[in-house]
Design a protein around this ligand. Structure first.
Ligand code: HEC
Ligand code: HEC
Ligand code: HEC
Ligand code: HEC
Ligand code: HEC
Ligand code: HEC
Ligand code: HEC
Length: 267
């Protein structure tokens, strides 16, 4: 599942970049520079990211190690043009000391991202997704493209992904007396794909498979988790209960994010 998604992503991004560079080349030959459809800076040429450092240190200082810092889409002579890949050719902007209208600011417009991440438009069109195409949530709410790792944030791994989600979903923040270890281990994307899925609540799976990826132990006789020994009864019980619902159906482990009453995240 994961591998397949990654494969798809790579292919789609590659395809997107090919399309993008063709667009760029065709624009260069007609002396027009277009980075994002509908926007452009007539008459401007690429100057390279090094030019941006003098005035935008806050944006450049954490950028070096990031994925997008490796984008080199324009004239090889000017070197790294990654800032301009999203903000348009910068010569006029630099010459005028940042005059209004000389740099593209995509703000929250996802079109700037779809340009290369074609497949994300598809993910955000799935039946269960964040209302991004409706303009209520944007790529940059979750990804800071100016920081080293635009998925996890600049800091220590998973904490920052979870914090990103909790900015808007405070209800899942707890703190719980019995937090679910899944969030500590893998963050919210252990169970949700925030770009969208075919399942309700953007879940990665609609049935017990969501949980069994980590909890195969419940299928073995005599499993012991959190001190609770079932002697196989749980395996039998879930067999019959699961025919009617899921692991998180009412009365079962319905407090999937954490519980204040029960270590087995049940009400
Ligand atoms: C000589 C100083 C200077 C340099 C060099 C410079 N900028 Fe700017 N830039 C400014 C100023 C001043 C503003 C307007 C005030 C602000 O938003 O910070 C600005 C604004 C911007 C904006 C926001 C535009 C908007 O409409 O909101 C972007 C994007 C931007 N710069 C990108 C770049 C990029 C990319 C480079 C390198 C190619 C660069 N800048 C180089 C001074 C500079
Ligand atoms: C992957 C696309 C992308 C790249 C690469 C990128 N930016 Fe941005 N930038 C954005 C988007 C989207 C916004 C608006 C949303 C935001 O503020 O986060 C923005 C906003 C800005 C702004 C104006 C807003 C503000 O907070 O002042 C400046 C200035 C800027 N970027 C400079 C840079 C510089 C300098 C680089 C290279 C080091 C760079 N950007 C690389 C996408 C990008
Ligand atoms: C000019 C092309 C281009 C644009 C525009 C662009 N990206 Fe990317 N992005 C890439 C490439 C290439 C990769 C690397 C893909 C890979 O390695 O799988 C990438 C990777 C990413 C990643 C994951 C990798 C990581 O470690 O950071 C995120 C998240 C991302 N982009 C978000 C955005 C967002 C948000 C925007 C819009 C503000 C955007 N991108 C605009 C080309 C682009
Ligand atoms: C609600 C939060 C959220 C929004 C909105 C969002 N992302 Fe993501 N994105 C994530 C998380 C979390 C991950 C890491 C998923 C994982 O580890 O499985 C991710 C991963 C990625 C990746 C790398 C892995 C992959 O799935 O390809 C790319 C590229 C990416 N996002 C691009 C985008 C773009 C482009 C947009 C806007 C069109 C966007 N994202 C909007 C949260 C978000
Ligand atoms: C910028 C705010 C914002 C961020 C950040 C955000 N979300 Fe959301 N989320 C929303 C909005 C708005 C909705 C739609 C709510 C609605 O339709 O009532 C939503 C809906 C959801 C839903 C479906 C809720 C339902 O009742 O159907 C899930 C699940 C979800 N988000 C998970 C996540 C995860 C996981 C992350 C982090 C990767 C995240 N969200 C980050 C704003 C956000
Ligand atoms: C172990 C899997 C799992 C993890 C990890 C997880 N969720 Fe969920 N989440 C679910 C399930 C299952 C539902 C559906 C519950 C239902 O329909 O009764 C759900 C529902 C939601 C909803 C819809 C409102 C609700 O409670 O029904 C939101 C919002 C949400 N999750 C956000 C998050 C956020 C934010 C994180 C990370 C802090 C997260 N989830 C981590 C499994 C998970
Ligand atoms: C990413 C892996 C992962 C996923 C997916 C996951 N869990 Fe967990 N779960 C954990 C971890 C880690 C613990 C903590 C185990 C420990 O501390 O011994 C845990 C603990 C539990 C416990 C508490 C066991 C006890 O101590 O009594 C229950 C019940 C549980 N999970 C149910 C679920 C359900 C239901 C789902 C599906 C909605 C699910 N889990 C999905 C990793 C996961």
């Amino acid at each position: 599942m994961q591998t397949q998604r990654k494969w798809f992503t790579d292919r789609a991004i590659f395809g997107g970049c090919v399309a993008w560079s063709l667009l760029l080349i065709s624009c260069v030959t007609t002396e027009r520079f277009i980075t994002v459809p509908g926007t452009g800076i007539p008459g401007a040429t690429y100057v390279g990211s090094k030019e941006c450092v003098q005035c935008h240190k806050d944006k450049t200082e954490h950028f070096a190690g990031s994925t997008h810092a490796r984008l080199r889409l324009a004239d090889a002579k000017v070197g790294d043009t990654s800032c301009e890949a999203c903000h348009g050719p910068g010569s006029l902007h630099v010459q005028t000391g940042g005059k209004a209208g000389t740099a593209i600011n995509p703000r929250k417009n996802p079109e700037a991202c779809f340009q290369c991440h074609l497949e994300k438009r598809g993910e955000f069109s799935l039946p269960h997704t964040h209302p991004l195409l409706a303009g209520k949530v944007s790529c940059v709410d979750c990804h800071d493209v100016h920081k080293g790792n635009s998925i996890r944030g600049g800091g220590a791994a998973l904490a920052s992904e979870t914090e990103t989600c909790l900015k808007c979903h405070s209800q899942q923040a707890g703190p719980y007396i019995y937090p679910h270890g899944a969030i500590r281990e893998e963050g919210c994307s252990a169970c949700h794909n925030p770009h969208g899925t075919v399942n309700d609540k953007m879940l990665l799976a609609r049935d017990a498979n969501l949980c069994l990826r980590c909890h195969l132990e419940v299928l073995s006789p005599g499993f012991n988790i959190g001190g609770y020994k079932s002697g196989g009864a749980h395996a039998n019980a879930i067999g019959s209960r699961l025919a009617e619902g899921t692991c998180w159906s009412a009365g079962c482990h319905e407090d999937v994010h954490g519980s204040n009453v029960n270590a087995s995240i049940r009400p």
